[in-house]
Design a protein around this ligand. Structure first.
Ligand code: SF4
Ligand code: SF4
Length: 117
């Protein structure tokens, strides 16, 4: 999924004019993609003169970091609200199960997408 690197975006409007489903707006002089409307055509990525429209895969390190931080936060909250430090370990196990389920969903989805060819 595309996203806008606000450091690079100059608000030139080119991507907005080329988006066939009007999924891009300007907010605070920066382009913003409405992912509910975006059909993942990739045109905005091709036309941006500043390379400000980036690929989703570039966010993997940030996404991993966010997931780890989220897990650490839940572990702390479980210990705090349930009144026992041992709850941290139980919470960690639950979060591992959750992310493992997400992995299985992704793998199975990829298998199904192969059949769409
Ligand atoms: S084309 Fe690129 S620089 Fe111009 S508004 Fe869109 S994202 Fe920003
Ligand atoms: S990928 Fe296509 S539909 Fe999505 S914002 Fe870019 S131009 Fe619009």
């Amino acid at each position: 999924m595309p996203w806008i690197d606000e450091e690079k975006c100059t608000g030139c409007n080119i991507c907005i004019k080329k988006c066939s489903v009007n999924a891009i707006t300007i907010e605070g002089e920066k382009a913003k993609i409405n992912m509910e409307e975006c059909i993942r055509c990739g045109i905005c990525h091709s036309v941006c003169p500043e390379e400000a429209v980036r690929h989703d895969s570039e966010k993997i390190p940030d996404d991993v970091k966010a997931n780890v931080e989220k897990t650490k936060g839940f572990m702390e909250l479980c210990a705090k609200h349930l009144g026992d430090d041992k709850e941290k370990d139980k919470c960690l196990i639950r979060m591992k199960k959750y992310f493992n389920k997400e992995k299985i969903v992704a793998v199975k989805t990829l298998d199904e997408l192969e059949k769409l060819k």
